[in-house]
Design a protein around this ligand. Structure first.
Ligand SMILES: Cc1cc2nc3c(=O)[nH]c(=O)nc-3n(C[C@H](O)[C@H](O)[C@H](O)COP(=O)(O)O)c2cc1C
Length: 276
């Protein structure tokens, strides 16, 4: 596969000159960023089949000349990013990344999409696994005031006023009864370094609390020390959800650390945004 040529500012004119003779052989697509000095006639000569994206407003405000060039090339896709004036680096790059990835996924996908469908349990699980989530450990006290907890990624915010969240716990899990009965529980959102904690709280026969730093929070509910975020809740409602219970909690106290990255889960594997 030939590369996608990406050129910004005045460099775009050089890039277009360099490939103009054999554009289709040399590139599978062209992306020009804030390139108002590029010669529209040369762009017009590029084969229509060659995907061409012209983005303006990434690092300099959108200019009329860029708009005029884009209008003259009917097969080009023209996108204006006007995050703020003048665009800030972070905002401009973020908006540009989104536009670029959308263009690449539509026009130059890495592989031809091959959808799978079905009504069987495997297909359902795999389709649900396409929804990337964070990872939490749910914690509560049992009737003997012993800490209980399990790894759960079925966590969702429900309402801001009143502040409600939910999580779904398998009826077959050893701790489901404790969570149904507990007046209070906590949701501990795990950070990038807490994968061992997630594994520990998802496996049987582990000393979950013995090997994990924790402390008593509101009402003595155990909370995992140093988590990315913790929501201390009172039980708001418990609903039946097939082979799971749907536990809705009212948040009494929320706490978070704004600089750490989350631990993620996607397609049955732990993932990370990047190291920080
Ligand atoms: C990433 C991940 C997410 C999970 N999410 C859930 C969940 O949302 N609900 C659930 O009941 N179990 C979930 N599990 C499975 C439980 O953590 C696992 O069955 C655990 O052993 C239950 O503990 P218990 O039987 O002691 O209650 C998840 C496991 C992993 C690894």
């Amino acid at each position: 596969m030939r590369p996608v040529i990406l050129a910004a500012g005045d460099d775009a004119a050089i890039a277009i000159d360099a490939i103009s003779q054999h554009a289709e052989l040399m590139a599978s697509g062209i992306v020009l960023v804030d390139s108002k000095s590029v010669d529209a006639r040369k762009l017009d000569l590029l084969p229509e089949r060659l995907p061409l994206l012209m983005v303006s407003g990434v690092l300099v405000p959108v200019s009329d000349s860029m708009e005029q060039i884009a209008r003259r090339i009917p097969h080009a896709e023209a996108v204006e990013i006007s995050a703020s004036t003048p665009p800030s680096c972070a905002e401009g790059f973020d908006a540009f990344s989104a536009v670029l990835i959308d263009f690449l996924e539509r026009r130059l996908p890495r592989a031809t999409p091959e959808y799978r469908q079905g009504s069987d349990a495997r297909t359902l699980r795999d389709a649900l696994g396409c929804f990337a989530t964070g990872v939490t450990v749910m914690t509560a006290k049992d009737a003997a005031s012993q800490p209980v907890g399990l790894t759960a990624n079925s966590f969702t915010s429900v309402s801001l006023d009143p502040p409600l969240l939910l999580t779904c716990i398998a009826k077959s899990s050893a701790s489901s009864e404790v969570f149904q009965m507990a007046e209070h529980f906590a949701v501990n959102v795990l950070h990038i370094g807490q994968q061992p904690t997630s594994i520990r709280f998802s496996r049987r026969n582990e000393d979950r609390f013995g090997a994990t730093p924790w402390e008593p929070g509101l009402h003595g509910t155990p909370v995992l020390t140093g988590s990315l975020a913790t929501f201390e809740c009172s039980r708001h409602a418990v609903h039946d959800g097939g082979d799971h219970i749907i536990l809705i909690g009212q948040v009494e106290r929320a706490r978070f650390e704004p600089r750490r990255d989350p631990l993620l889960y996607f397609r049955g594997k732990y993932r990370r945004l990047h190291f920080s």
